[in-house]
Write a protein that binds this ligand. Structure first.
Ligand SMILES: [Zn+2]
Length: 89
């Protein structure tokens, strides 16, 4: 390949995600209400966030409402508690 030829496109594969080792419906049946505010749970939250080394296992997952799940994001409970306290002031 000469310097004037374009480099072939690089193929970057996204890592394959394994299916969750738990059943979403089972978790929501166990947590029908948001464990943070008791509204109806519609989503699953990793209590110890995956971004901070939390495990993707049923013992780390709870049912939550969309509002709290999005507000908590990848924060730990301690970080989120501080944020929640400053939001109300
Ligand atoms: Zn909630």
């Amino acid at each position: 390949m000469t310097r004037l030829q374009a480099a072939p496109p690089r193929i970057i594969r996204a890592p394959r995600r394994r299916p969750a080792p738990y059943d979403r419906a089972t978790v929501l049946a166990r947590w029908p209400e948001c464990c943070y505010c008791s509204a109806p749970a519609t989503e699953l939250d990793h209590v110890h966030p995956l971004a901070h080394g939390g495990r993707d296992r049923e013992s780390n997952v709870v049912g939550v409402c969309a509002r709290d799940n999005h507000a908590k994001g990848a924060m730990s409970l301690a970080e989120w508690a501080v944020t929640a306290n400053t939001d109300t002031k």
